[in-house]
Design a protein around this ligand. Sequence first.
Ligand SMILES: Cc1cc2nc3c(=O)[nH]c(=O)nc-3n(C[C@H](O)[C@H](O)[C@H](O)COP(=O)(O)O)c2cc1C
Length: 233
Amino acid sequence: MMTLYETIFARRSVRKYDEAPLDAQSLSAIQEYLAGIKQLPGHRARFEVVAGSKLKGGLAPYAILAFSGDDEEALVNIGYTLQEVDLWLQSQGWGSVWCGMAAPLDKTPNYRILLGFGATDVPFRDGENEFKRKKISEISNADNVIARAARLAPSAMNLQPWKLIFSDGQLKVQLNVRGIGRVFPGKLGLFDIGIVLKHIELALAHTGKTINMRSFSGSGKDFTLTLSTSENH
Ligand SMILES: Cc1cc2nc3c(=O)[nH]c(=O)nc-3n(C[C@H](O)[C@H](O)[C@H](O)COP(=O)(O)O)c2cc1C
């Protein structure tokens, strides 16, 4: 079985699923993973597993709905938290796909976004060259293990709206919204920042480092996340 870090280099958005329902044991394993999931400090988004029939525009037989406040940090937290679920589901052999266009059929207050999932026989990617992504130099001022994992993160419309700036022991992650991204400012880009933060955290852990400080500054398209890192002891 692949680790979450290894899954970064093999995952994909899955849009073709087996229609047969998942067994109760699989669904409860997913519920259990969600119940124990790590969120950003001070955040407590709520997650709910539903059948795809409860959605409009859903791309998968099941979905995890995310509920939270709608301030910028809360949306970053959802990206960060559900991206771990995306990687975990795929590491377990299921398919998953972020789905900004879908929505629950019933009006549900505080609903923010969903991650679709289900059984699939769509294979993993063979390696980094199967990913359609910007060059490292377009998203980062350094080419290293962290930037390589960040580069492969999924994002809404594959806009990859982030810029990594490394300087001694510190890493800034800026929201970099250009072109079509300007039409969709805010929300989706903030999920994307949380998503890339999860990839960054896993890559840091892989190199024996932890994030020991996170601060948020700026707002709208100037949103920036500043991380400082230290060696694990
Ligand atoms: C926040 C977010 C919302 C997304 N919404 C949709 C969607 O509504 N429909 C869809 O087909 N894919 C959606 N995607 C999937 C992206 O298109 C996909 O991640 C990107 O093209 C990169 O491809 P990959 O995930 O296969 O690496 C979304 C991804 C993210 C992160």
